[in-house]
Design a binder for this molecule. Structure first.
Ligand code: GRG
Length: 298
């Protein structure tokens, strides 16, 4: 039975792998146009929990995929995530000065460079998958399609549009849930999907259970994010106006209250774990990630 120490080692190894491969896949800082490439590297290599890559590696581990097959899928989801944060921080969106305790990309560079860096990070994500010669072409195509769906107007970008339109309005619980499923849940689902696809698993009972797990932790992640916003933790970690925004934006805490939001996060975590009930110890890293998502303080 893997222990907490096994998970800590797994997470450390996975973070080192993905950061090493990202460092190689991103154009070097002196490659022209240098300022753009520096902004891309600044926004991708400057920290973060690497939750989505961890999900790719942990899902691949369940299905006994070789870690080398998971590197590019893990990088692809992180590149989409990095692009979304760069654009989310822009003045036209959340207008944040700090991200992960450091100046946001448009503050460190300039607004035009941040827009272009986000655009280029998104394009690189798909190039990284398309060029993955380790993987069968049909699987690569499925990965590209899954990631494109998760990132686009029927996924993350659509969720962001709903979120922006909802500021200052009251959303019902189902509407709030739908917004989060699109904005953050679908990229979390795609992370698990890409891990499964790298192992050659594209359908069937195991696939369905893994997606059920992903959908529950995706929502749990967002509920916990709202809880942290309410408790002011994200403000401490550098999301400068997080606590203020929590008051203006619809959130699980504003709709349910803090105690009920915490109970919901625990229920979603339990449902995610229940989806893995028939899996053996190889799923323990996924189980640990579900706990981490609802117990995290940043
Ligand atoms: C602008 C196209 C576009 C999309 C933006 C996901 C998203 C949509 C914006 C992110 C803004 C945000 C703070 C959402 C709340 C949940 C979330 C995704 C938090 C940040 O993700 P973490 O905690 O970040 O995984 P780290 O820093 O650990 O990588």
């Amino acid at each position: 039975m893997p222990s907490d120490a096994d998970f800590a080692q797994f997470a450390e190894d996975a973070r080192q792998r993905v950061e090493g491969v990202l460092g190689q896949l991103l154009p070097p800082s002196d490659c022209l146009p240098a300022r753009l490439h520096q902004a891309m590297r600044y926004s991708t290599l400057g920290g973060g929990k690497r939750l989505r890559p961890l999900l790719v590696y942990a899902t691949g581990h369940v299905l006994e995929a070789a870690p080398a097959l998971l590197d590019r899928p893990a990088c692809a989801v992180e590149l989409i995530h990095a692009y979304s944060l760069v654009h989310d921080d822009l003045p036209a969106m959340d207008d944040d000065d700090l991200r992960r305790g450091q100046p946001t990309c448009h503050k460190q560079y300039d607004e035009a460079t941040a827009i272009l860096a986000g655009d280029a990070l998104q394009a690189l994500a798909f190039q990284v998958l398309a060029d993955d010669w380790e993987l069968d072409a049909a699987l690569r195509l499925r990965m590209v399609a899954a990631l494109a769906l998760a990132a686009g107007s029927r996924g993350m970008v659509g969720g962001q549009a709903i979120d922006l339109a909802a500021v200052g309005h009251t959303l019902s619980l189902p509407a709030l849930e739908s917004m989060h499923i699109h904005k953050t849940g679908m990229l979390i689902r795609a992370s698990v999907q890409l891990g499964a696809l790298a192992a050659g698993v594209a359908a069937g009972e195991v696939h369905e259970r893994l997606l059920h797990y992903a959908d529950n932790i995706g929502l749990a992640f967002q509920v916990q994010d709202d809880i942290l916003d309410e408790e002011g933790e994200t403000a401490v970690m550098g999301k400068q106006n997080g606590a203020d925004r929590a008051r203006n934006k619809p959130s699980y805490v504003s709709l349910l209250g803090l105690a009920e939001a915490k109970a919901l996060a625990r229920r979603l975590c339990d449902d995610a774990l229940a989806a893995l009930a028939d899996f053996d110890g190889r799923a323990d890293h996924l189980r640990a990630l579900a706990h981490l998502i609802v117990e995290r303080r940043q």
